[in-house]
Design a protein around this ligand. Sequence first.
Ligand code: F3S
Length: 387
Amino acid sequence: MYLTKEEEKIMDGERGEQYGKMMRILVKMGEIFNAERLIPVSSAQISGVSYRTIGDAGIHFLKSLRGVKVSVPATLNPIAFDSEHLKDLKVDKEFYEKQMEILNAYTDMGIKPTMTCTPYYFDNVPKFGEHIAWAESSAVIYANSIIGARTNREGSVSALASAIIGKTPEYGMHVDENRKATHLIEVNFEMSPEDYPLLGLHVGKEVNGIPYLRIIGDEDDFKLMGAAMAASGSISMYHVENFTPEFRHALGDNVERIIVERGDLEKYRGEEIEVELVAIGCPHVSSSELRKIAEFLKGKKKKRGVELWIFGARSTIEKNEDAVKIINDFGGKVMRDTCVVVSNAGKIYQRIGTNSGKAALYLRKERFGGAEVIVRDLFTLLRSVVE
Ligand code: F3S
């Protein structure tokens, strides 16, 4: 791989061993994926932030980077709690302190404590064609597909290395020809709102490449679909005909055709149960989702025995104060900085309803609580919390 003199010097430790180590990580990745060079990135999104997911080994790694600073704007994934809801989330003192140690290590490096997986709404908004280095698969697939920015599915360490060095190896989604569709997905039925996350889970399992879908929907539908797709498989980009910015040149002759029948989605929905928790906001809610929820709940009374938790970015919550007040008055909880997967929610509740295929996939796993989870559309879920 070609390296400039400057890059070689950094790799050899001229700026210090820690920078050298970060450069070596990027170069190694570039060699593995046959990149010809490193290219500048305009931002990074860092994952591996919740103490529940990175544990003490993560703290140890972050400590080894003390004193290092990022060189491009970088934002942070959710942590394990919202500090205003420590009791609800059953956070004890030791857990709290460990989490804060992680958070402080990142902010000391100059990373913005956004604590959201939807930085693309307000905190870190890439432009079409911009090269970025993002971790968090739901944000990666959104950035590539809906915005047309360019990022591979970085891991927490490679995204951090890119944030520090300001570069990434040029391969994968950074290269035009790799952004073309490999599969054409024909959906054989009329989509209902609950089908987007289910379709995402199914396509993620079936496709190892870039799907091109002939469906209609809006940004919120496709956000849920993309997050599920990325979580159940290795997809980092999709095209939707007449919707996503690169669909026009995406289809070639050699695409594999996959037909999806309604029955294909059934196994992901989960059998009807009385839920204890309805969790919305995986990925974090958009302003339009928050407003829809508030409009629906306005003047209604919450049913006893079921909780409504909504997860969003601080920035989204601050910009929609009125909607948040309506939800709080109803008895729902709007939480920031965390989410249903990386917090203790899955350990506290064993019967959960969500409109997120990604959340369902994780929460059903033993490691995240092994809960019974049903995937339903937003309004069906909201109706289930209203008296
Ligand atoms: Fe975001 Fe947590 Fe879901 S980080 S995509 S809300 S698992």
